[in-house]
Design a protein around this ligand. Structure first.
Ligand code: TXA
Ligand code: MG
Length: 316
């Protein structure tokens, strides 16, 4: 394939990106969580290209991105709980898994044949402008080779996918830095993936606790993409480390000496925004193992710890 175009996030760049998408091309774009690799969700060939460019298993379905809740209702069936979450948190870092609406025109490759569909309305102004200019629902996984660390800058996207996709729109670094929180709607809503919206905030809105996907084996649709090893850097990771052992590098959290700090003040939002970039920096700095300081397991810390556990999991 030819070289990937780096487009500016100005009206001309957005127009070019939208035209590429309407023609079936793959275009990476910024959202407030991470960069997504977009394709027209109604074009099966374009969607197949996503799986190919990422080396992603076809059983792992994609999130459909839409400009607003009306557009989301045209693709999925939102029950009362889903409507309430959409009203509270869209646009934003929340993905809702709901029944697929019959005749919505979404390629079955997007849902990997499931009867449900994952919907997200991103808040990032560039994502919003692109969705409106393209005029199509956009299927978009994180814009990284499958199993690797998600991209939070256009440079990260090019590092993984240059030459494999038509273009990337450069919208600067992502403010949240972790993928969206995924909730399966229904009588008993389920947290399928912790992410950029703290699960406590979702629970407060619903007035009930979320079930955890792991607690309900087989009873609910799981997030098929939740493979144990994911978000993986090349270097080995040791979690909840009190300090670095000889030969290790320390990824810190809170005050104290370390090689890189997720947040010196112990701020979880700052740590989330830094996590993937810091893992990349440590990876670029060598192969010595990385010790990671403990991160509190509440709010955004739950999503940070989820990504760290997957990054540390044994590789195939
Ligand atoms: O923040 C994000 O969510 C980013 C940006 C680009 O929007 N996207 C993202 O996509 O993280 P991806 O493909 O890396 O993760 C999507 C997750 C996968 O774990 C997939 O299995 C799950 O969503 N998923 C998609 N459709 C589903 C469905 N119908 N039922 C259950 N899980 C689903
Ligand atoms: Mg991903």
């Amino acid at each position: 394939m030819t070289e990937t175009r780096l487009l500016q996030a100005d009206p001309q760049g957005i127009d070019t990106a939208a035209a590429l998408l309407r023609a079936g091309g793959l275009v990476a774009f910024p959202t407030e969580t991470v960069y997504g690799l977009g394709a027209d969700a109604t074009d099966g060939r374009a969607v197949a290209g996503i799986y190919e460019a990422k080396g992603r298993p076809r059983f792992n379905p994609l999130i459909v991105h839409l400009p607003d809740v009306e557009a989301a209702r045209a693709v999925g069936v939102l029950d009362d709980g889903a409507e309430r979450l959409a009203a509270a948190f869209w646009p934003g870092p929340l993905t809702l898994v709901v029944p697929l609406r019959a005749g919505a025109g979404i390629s079955p490759l997007v849902t990997a044949g499931l009867e449900t569909v994952a919907l997200r309305v991103p808040a990032h102004p560039v994502a919003q402008a692109l969705l409106r200019a393209a005029g199509r629902p956009l299927a978009a996984p994180s814009a990284n080779p499958s199993g690797k660390v998600s991209p939070t800058t256009a440079a990260h996207v090019l590092a993984g996918l240059n030459g494999r996709i038509a273009a990337v729109v450069d919208g600067g670094p992502c403010a949240v830095g972790l993928e969206s929180t995924i909730v399966a709607a229904g009588a008993a809503p389920v947290l399928l993936r912790p992410g950029g919206l703290p699960s406590e905030t979702v629970e407060a809105c619903l007035g009930r606790p979320l079930a955890l996907a792991g607690d309900l084996k087989g009873a609910v649709p799981s997030a098929p993409g939740q493979l144990a090893s994911h978000y993986a850097p090349e270097a080995a990771l040791r979690l909840n480390a009190a300090g670095a052992r000889p030969g290790e590098r320390l990824l810190g959290f809170g005050p104290g000496a370390c090689d890189l700090n997720l947040s010196e003040t112990g701020d979880l939002a700052e740590a989330a925004a830094n996590l993937f970039h810091h893992l990349r920096l440590l990876d670029a700095g060598g192969t010595a193992p990385i010790a990671v300081a403990p991160v509190p397991d509440h709010g955004l810390g739950r999503a940070i710890n989820d990504r760290l556990r997957r990054a540390a999991a044994p590789r195939d």
